[in-house]
Design a protein around this ligand. Structure first.
Ligand SMILES: Cc1cc2nc3c(=O)[nH]c(=O)nc-3n(C[C@H](O)[C@H](O)[C@H](O)COP(=O)(O)OP(=O)(O)OC[C@H]3O[C@@H](n4cnc5c(N)ncnc54)[C@H](O)[C@@H]3O)c2cc1C
Length: 287
């Protein structure tokens, strides 16, 4: 079998270029890849990126936080980050089990492009971009231009995701993540919500609310966000997230986990609970 485990991004990109036109697999933690195959292993040429140290870890830069593509959920949980990343850390703790979190990577979650990917709404709420590298150089796409639909991304065959980039301007405020599943642990989301509020002098200066598993790709709730901005960050704030306003941005489906109506109502309830959790936390800090 054609299997390659390079230790530099440069070698990985050369390998990809040399396999142009072939069906090849980029393998990271393999927690999605192996779950999706009926075979005993991966077929075809495989590029295993787990040996590339420069692709793993989180770095604070002048203007941004750079999360290497092969950074695991456990790495994210353990790395000290500003409170704006709390939603991402909470989501990380809910990805499968601890064993899954030790192997599974942030880029794998995005590249798999499942509507139920728990990382997607949190990263949308942080205005994250995806850095794509090839032998031609690197390009960066906003996350909502990278995930195009279920199992569909803008990744070209000669490219690899090298990092996720969060601009510091978006890494402000306090955030939280709430997920609804059929049980508490080891569960695929029926709906999940990431909320980030920037509160200044008791008022909402900025808001980023995103919902996953209720549309083909996770969605920011732009209309709700603009309604929240400029309002007092008090107990009344959550009531602006009406079922109708939240539903407007979503297109949930019926499936084995839930019907569309239940998904839509649950998403709105999770949005209200997430906003209320942040405002009550802020009120306690101010008191
Ligand atoms: C038991 C179990 C429970 C799970 N629970 C959850 C859950 O609760 N929430 C959730 O969101 N997910 C869950 N997952 C799915 C999975 O763990 C995550 O999506 C994980 O983050 C995928 O990362 P990975 O490194 O394992 O990806 P892989 O399986 O290695 O790859 C997934 C896809 O991404 C591509 N890829 C990976 N890295 C790159 C890269 N750098 N550049 C380009 N392409 C790349 C691969 O080619 C493949 O198409 C679960 C999986 C299992 C098996």
């Amino acid at each position: 079998m054609d299997y390659y485990r390079p230790d530099t991004t440069e070698n990985a990109l050369s390998w990809l270029a040399s396999h142009a036109g072939q069906s090849r697999t980029i393998a990271a933690g393999c927690t999605d890849l192996l779950a999706a195959t009926q075979n005993s292993g991966l077929c075809g040429p495989v590029l295993d990126i787990t040996g590339i140290n420069e692709m793993r870890g989180i770095a604070e830069q002048t203007e941004a936080w750079r999360i290497g593509a092969a950074t695991t959920w456990t790495d994210i949980i353990r790395h000290p980050l500003p409170p704006a990343f709390d939603a991402l850390k909470l989501a990380a703790r809910e990805v499968g089990s601890v064993q899954i979190q030790n192997a599974a990577t942030i880029a794998g979650n995005l590249c798999n492009a499942s509507p139920a990917a728990d990382g997607a709404p949190c990263l949308l709420g942080l205005d994250a971009s995806v850095e794509l590298a090839s032998v031609e150089g690197a390009r960066t796409l906003p996350l909502d231009a990278f995930i195009l639909g279920p199992r569909q991304t803008a990744l070209r065959p000669d490219e690899i995701v090298s990092a996720i980039v969060v601009p510091k301007i978006a890494a402000r405020g306090v955030s939280t993540f709430l997920k609804l599943g059929a049980r508490k642990y080891l569960v695929i989301s029926i709906a999940m919500v990431s909320a980030r509020l920037v509160i200044e002098s008791g008022m909402v200066a900025d808001a980023a609310i995103a919902v996953g598993a209720c549309s083909p790709v996770a969605r920011r709730l732009d209309v709700l966000e603009s309604r929240l901005k400029g309002r007092p960050a008090d107990a009344s704030l959550a009531s602006f997230a009406t079922d109708a306003l939240v539903a407007e941005a979503l297109s949930p489906i019926d499936d084995v986990r839930a019907d569309a109506g239940y998904r839509s109502h649950s998403a709105a309830e999770l949005v209200r609970r997430a906003i209320a959790a942040i405002t009550s936390q802020e009120t306690e800090i101010a008191a």
